[in-house]
Each structure stands twice: as structure tokens, then as C-alpha cells.
Design a binder for this molecule. Sequence first.
Ligand code: FES
Ligand SMILES: [Fe+2]
Length: 457
Amino acid sequence: MAVGVLLRYDITWIGRRSHRATPTIRDRWELVMAIEQELPRGASRPASLAGRITEATSTGKTRQQGLGLRDEIPKVGLPEYWYPVIADKDVPAKRAVRRKALGEDIAFFRGAHGQVAAITNWCPHRNASMGDGKSLFPGTLSCPYHGLTFDETGAAVAFLGEGSGSKFCNRPSNAARSFPTRTLKGLVFVWMGAGKPAPIEEDVPPEFFDESAQIMFSEQRWKANWRVSLENLQDAHVFFVHRTSLEVLMQDTNGLNLLLHMGPDRPPTRVVNGRALVFENPRFFDFVDSNQERKTHIEPVEFQDTYPQLGNAKFPRTRTRLYLARAFGFLRRHLRPKADWLVDEIEWAQGVHMPTMYRLDYQTHIYTRAVTPIDEENCAVFYYKTMYPRSKGRRIWNRINYRIYYDWKQHRNFSGQDKRIVEEVNYENPKERFSSSDAFPLAWRRMVIDYAREPQK
Ligand code: FES
Ligand SMILES: [Fe+2]
């Protein structure tokens, strides 16, 4: 039998009755997916995970199913997409700058019209680093070694070391690979595919094409594989990991209860246009403003849970946070302006969008986290905050607020907690055991495997 292996993910049902007398959402059967052993390569691909979870939830029977998903997703990212790679302001006028995305080393420089252009970092002559090159002539980049000079299409147009009589230039075989780029709202997006570039509107949020939208963004580096950072979503970590974050400390009672009491189940999801994974009720998480009419109704729940096997200990251990939430709820109701949904298209609503975005419509602003894989161990995490200011003054204030408060609160304080955990996850360990609250990350794997774009001619 072939030595190559795929992992087998076995689903085991573990029935567990809650200690509570009154049935609640937690009394449902709990799904645990255990990954146990190896299967020969060529084993048939499992049927839809979402379908299987639904089926299992309705029957509650013990069953074994093969899953094999994680290792079908490329370690350095899905190439046939547009990705954010560098801020426009970080590309100087007269020299190149080097970045890495999806395992490719890229040299960025200014093209003939001042726009950011991108070619491979490795000079086709003898592989010097073009990122150390200079733009000696407008719209070109010269290699620092022998002076081979490229235009923004990657064509070698001059060989300064050999002189104007050089026969090396203007041959397609000596051209550098160029990467199509598009700069939107100060951020440079790069087409990383081998095939014909897809319409950029399919891969970049609609706000980037909207004149009235103000987008502020920042970048972080995570020492983690991109897949781990995409799976850090909509599972049971949110309240637990972020319970000390300023964001959670400032929630109102509804927000706090929803974060804390999602329980072992997750709402059903669906894939939209083969590009986005959203909840069937995409406004499920409407807890931000407690006085909104269209707000999802949240049943009042006991704030603290009791754990019999911990000697009836309670978690959260004190009620302090609840009192804080009441105070913040009061402040929010009285101080915050009424807000409404900002995203109309379901494809771009709350959820994950291909290739690597996570989106959340906070009604006051739109949150997007976009991950660009660097290599197998690193990724660049871009955060976008979109707002629709009505005046110039408001636009300036938004920027100040972002720089001195929001960027820290949301991306360092809150997401910094994710970063610390995610960077230490041992993702290469072939064993994983899933609970039912992991349905979203698993549905994400399924979407990637089923829908990731293939190269187009
Ligand atoms: S290596 Fe670039 S010109 Fe020689
Ligand atoms: Fe998180």
C-alpha cells in the first residue's frame, strides 16, 4: 500500500446531559470530532461537513466519519487571489523595498506613473536581490549587482554593466516575473496567482471602491501559519481569551451574555457565491448597540455558570464584570449615536471571505481582518477600519481616534491576546480533537477545499 498518508478525522458522539433541571441550549448533545489515525492516500473525500454536523445534531447517535481536511489546504496560502501586501507610503520614490507573500519574495518600486509596481525579488541574471535595487530612471528598477534594469512589466530594458550594446535585454526569457498590483485607499493589493487575475472586486471589500468610505488600516506580523489565524474565529475562545480585554470590559450586558453564553453549539452557516462563509442569520452577533430595534433578542441568562466537578465553583468567578457591563450599557444607551447596518451585501457581511478576511459590521464601523501568508511560519495581519464620515472634521477625528486609541484597543490589546495564543499553537501535530463549538473553523476548511479558485486562463 502507498506510503503517502492523509489524516483521518473521526467523529465520535458523546452524549452528555446537563445537570440543569430546565433544558437550555447547553443540554443539546455535544459533538466531539477526534482525529485518530492515518489513512492511505486516495481515500475518498468526505461529504459536506456542514451536512454531517446537521445530520448528527438531529439524531444524536454515535457515528464514525472520515474528515481529512486540514492538510488539503496549501501551507503557504491560496495563490489565485488578490492580497494586501504593503502600504503605498512604505514604497519610496527612488529605491525598491522587499516583502514576502505566499512564499514569493517581491521587490516593490514606483512605476512610470508613480504607482506601485511589483516584480520578483530575484534578478533573472544571477539572482541578486532586487529589493536592494534603485530606481535610477523613472518607472524602472536597476539590479544592485550588474545593473540590469527592468520596467514595471518586468521586461529587462537596459544592462548598465554591459552598456547599450548588451544583447541580454528585451528577451522574454530574461524578463523578471511581474505581479499585477492595484493601490486602493493607500494599500497595495497584489495578484499572487499564476493564472489570469480575477476581478479585484471579488477579493477586496466593496468599501475600498467607495469614494465616501474612509479606511484606516494597520499591519501586524504573526509568527504563525496563516491557517491557524483563520481558524481563530467564532469558536469557544472569545470570552475566555478576551475576558480581560478593554473591548470585553466595555461590553453592555447583552454583549457580555452573548459572548459568554454561546454554549457548545453554533448557528448554521452557508457559503455565498463560493467566496464567503456566513451565518444563515448574518446578524446573529448584533449585540453591539443594546437599543437597536432590529437587535437579535437575547434571553437573559445566569451570568455565572456552576461546575459540579470543580466543587460547584463558578465561572466567571465574580460578578464584578456584570456590574461593569450594566454601567457601560447605560453609558452606551445615552452617549452613543444611533447606528445602522453598514454592509448590505450578505457576501460581505459578518463571516469569513476568501481568501483570508474576517468581517464584522459593528454598525458604527466595519471591522475587517485580512491575513496575507508570508511563508509556512509567518503571516501579515492587516486590520481595516471602515467609517463613513459626513464631514472633513469627522474624518480627521476618526484618524486621530484610530491612531491614539482604536488601533491599540482593538488590534494590540484585544487581538494581541489572539496573537499570543495562536503563535504557540502546535498546528503541525497530526492529532486534533474538535468540539461542536469548532463548527465554524471546520466549515471554513470545507469552504476552502470546495471553492478555492483555480488558475484561470
Ligand atoms: S544579478 Fe542582477 S544584474 Fe547581475
Ligand atoms: Fe480572538
